[in-house]
Design a protein around this ligand. Sequence first.
Ligand code: ZN
Length: 634
Amino acid sequence: MTALFGKRIFVATILSMLALCAGKGVEAQSPQGPIRVEVDESRAPQKIMHTHLEMPVQPGPLTLYYPEWIPGEHMPDGPIIDMAGLKFTCNGKTIAWRRDLIDMFAFHLDIPQDASSLDIDFDFLLSAPASGYSAGASATAFLNLVSWNQVVLYPKGYDAANITCIPSLKLPSGWKFGTALPGPKQSGDTIEFAPVSLETLIDSPVITGRYFRKVELTPGQAPLHEMDIAADNPADLAMLPETEGHFQRLIAEAYALFGSRHYRDYHFLLTLSDNVAHFGLEHHESSDDRTRERSLIDEPTRIGFAGLLPHEYVHSWNGKYRRPADLLSPDYHQPMKDDLLWVYEGLTEYLGSTVLTARSGLWNQQQTREEIARVAAMLDNEPGRRWRPLQDTADSAVFLYDAATEWGNWRRGTDFYEEGIYLWLDVDDTIRRMTKDQESINDFCRLFHGGTSGEPDLKPYTFEDVVAALNQIVPYDWASFLRSRLDSTAPNTMNESIENSGWKLVYDDKPNEMIENRDAIRRKINLALSIGLQLTDDGAVEDVIYGGPSYKAGMGPGMKITAVNGKQFSRDTILEAVEAAKSTAGPIQLIVANGPDVQTYSADYHGGFRYPHLVRDESKPDYLSEILKPQAPR
Ligand SMILES: [Zn+2]
């Protein structure tokens, strides 16, 4: 085990000597062998887990870190507030500790002279509210997703790749599990895994549950591709054969796109529950995908979540194998810089949530076009694009991820996801046009994300590397192409990309299929494109479009509409009022509660419903249909 640390100890020693010269404190300790990580989640339904760590140590001062910068979450949101009952012991004696006053994720302690091993115990308090990311609700009565970053401490001064861990996990009685962690050996309800680096451990969560199903997507072939599904209701584990077929196609289409795979095997860890946070978190050999109940059996819900697995899967290449150099935090302590998230997330949104979702059949071409129109219209009508450049949505992602939804249209959110679709569609259009259809973004992916298949690997990149790879596909001023879209305010990127792909964004009064589907699943009424309101089904105002008709009427988020044109509020009354206003001169009258105050607001809007769609422009080649067509051999 010491061999694993050899190189690192040398670097650490040099750093310690430099620190000594600078008059700073020196970390005398170095890990002497693997850390045992024993996690007991048998009380997960009670929303609490226990962790016991055994760490080889040397006498003297020791600093331990709790993981702060969580890979894939792009911010310092390690849930340190949910540690409780922290206790350090050497040879059965309790050791005092003190938190660093500046560096809140660091704990200082002094190891006694006779000690060679440190025992660490603490509980992790599982969050109850179903919001947030991996620190959000993860456990229900019947399932839990174990994220190892929540249940470890590790010594300062080492890259996670060079610290060896021996993990084990005790499940609630009778529960099953799925993970990309190698070498699981089960004995009763306890599973011992093979030794792995701390980096691999934190990159390999474990899904556990009472109602559990494994689905092999490439049966009889190597590498293994598996869906490990845990659900609150056993009936939700069913999957229509055609849906399973689409996920099988996803594996084939991703391979056709990238030409190689940088994992030993791949696990989709899929949680189906209305009681957990809903999001996806990418890992190199797995993804933590959490979505609604019935997502595999109810067609509107399935359509609503269709882009999630393709997005997280693409991250195995774009995000894990190729990662912006600025995002590397080898010890979860060094800050990440988010400036290249328009590649990391933006290209993934294009390739995963759009192109591969269509190529695998999870959406048909019409649904994909409706989604492209929906997102383009949302951005096209977002006033925040007039002051905050796209680049700044990435640069400030650390706080935009947690920003409130209220005034989101004026503040702007993490638009490098959605706007990334059009930025990279325009890259794809441009390559196709300049090479007369000889090359496309598929060739860029094979060059940039391809290489030899096998064990997980990491190749960091810079902005210049992206430009150089694009230039290898077709020489062009790619730096200016990208910078003009990233640095200017209100660029016409969505419309131009759609037009360059042979289609046009139009608005009419026929409902957009994907907007309707989203509203139905989420119980929302999206009138952002007409009277400038986003409502829940019961009239609560979630957002008001800055500068729109309702804004001008004096409305703001947090209000609640109780009546429309003299009738009690309902989905139908507000929709009827917008339609009727087309042929009347007077404003739409809304009776609205604002906390203790109730007033009538007059929204002067007569434009009727505006729904976005794509229509074909016959004067141009149809790149979009070509882009969305399956590529893999059948
Ligand atoms: Zn992502």
